[in-house]
Ligand binder design. Sequence first.
Ligand SMILES: [Zn+2]
Length: 231
Amino acid sequence: MAEDDQLNRDDQDTTANATWSRLLAGNRRFAEGKPEHPWQDATTRETLIDRQNPDAAVLACSDSRVPPEIVFDAGLGDLFTVRTAGQIIDDAVLASLEYAVAKLHVSLLVILGHEGCGAIDTAAAELDAMIAATTEDPAGSLEAADEMADLDERIAEADSIILRTVGLSVWQARESELEEHADFERVHVARTIEELVTRSEVIQNALAHDRLMIVGARYQLTTGKVEVLSF
Ligand SMILES: [Zn+2]
């Protein structure tokens, strides 16, 4: 990449909308099989030795097929990424994202789920097992009905972190009569955003002062495209 381009990156529009447009443009290049692999050269690496100034943070699934830098055709210094299976939030994830917001001043936070997420499969299976165990309760159908009514609480208190987090999303989707795997993935992104905002004062403050925009998205393995979710 030419030196002029290097200088220009500092001048690019870093508002959340402009950043999101750039990421989506990168995803289009990737999906069309025309990635530019920007900012991955030695000169870029050298300019980033003493500082980083990413415009966006991404919380994505750890799935090997969904690396944010590749699917958004981004480079060194572009994205602050946190990845866990099913983009589950815990204290370490919260602290990492809060660092990106409070210290690195990212203007955009992308929550990226994806098609064919194994964490959703696991959570749905664990949820089915919990429901089966509840309804097969030999103590009597009345007690079983009570336990089913409290199912959300029982999910929230489960030992399995996948069930507590992703499982609750699957359960909420089913309560809304959504049965498609893709819908579970979309609902889980929405719930992840909700949880993030509920649990983090740093993120609440940044949103309240228009210093941060949060977007939900779902990467499609079949097309390579990122589907923008609106809730
Ligand atoms: Zn996944």
